[in-house]
Design a protein around this ligand. Structure first.
Ligand code: ZN
Length: 158
């Protein structure tokens, strides 16, 4: 299952980090093998499910001139994938400010709530995505924290 692979991947990476004799095979595979894909499909789905606001700071993104970013709540560089349940609309300021960091844990709880609403409104919302682990997104969040991923990012106050 895809998420077991992710968990094993980060466990292997953690071992490489703590064992200086390890050959860093995982890091080399990462650098070569993974490409980021287009997320246009995500805009089409969230248009039917989410309100047009920034997930983090609640800025209104419904204006046609507003630039909508897609943010990976658990960083892409951690998951190396684009599962629908990890993606949110964000303003440019939050998306660029957050970068590769994990947000404060309260955003994980919010993301789990939003994902339940998405599936209720559009049953095919998660189509094509790896399934969530039984422990949900918070289990992956804890795994990222366990390898000391930078965390507790908060949006800047307006
Ligand atoms: Zn924002």
């Amino acid at each position: 299952m895809a998420l077991d692979i992710i968990a094993n991947h980060w466990w292997a990476r953690f071992l490489e980090k703590v064992n200086l004799m390890a050959p860093a095979i995982i890091q080399k595979i990462e650098a070569d093998g993974v490409r980021r894909g287009s997320l246009r499909w995500f805009f089409e789905r969230v248009a039917q499910t989410d309100n047009s606001r920034c997930f983090y700071c609640n800025a209104d993104l419904s204006n046609t001139t507003a630039v909508r970013h897609i943010d990976h709540v658990l960083p892409w560089s951690f998951l190396l994938a684009d599962p629908a349940w990890d993606l949110v609309l964000a303003c440019g300021r939050c998306n660029l400010g957050k970068s590769d960091r994990l947000p404060n844990r309260r955003f994980i709880n919010l993301l789990e709530t939003i994902n339940r609403q998405r599936v209720a409104r559009m049953p095919e919302f998660m189509r094509g995505s790896p399934p969530l682990p039984t422990g949900g997104i918070s289990q992956l969040y804890d795994a990222a924290r366990a390898v000391e991923w930078p965390n507790a990012w908060e949006p800047a106050l307006l």
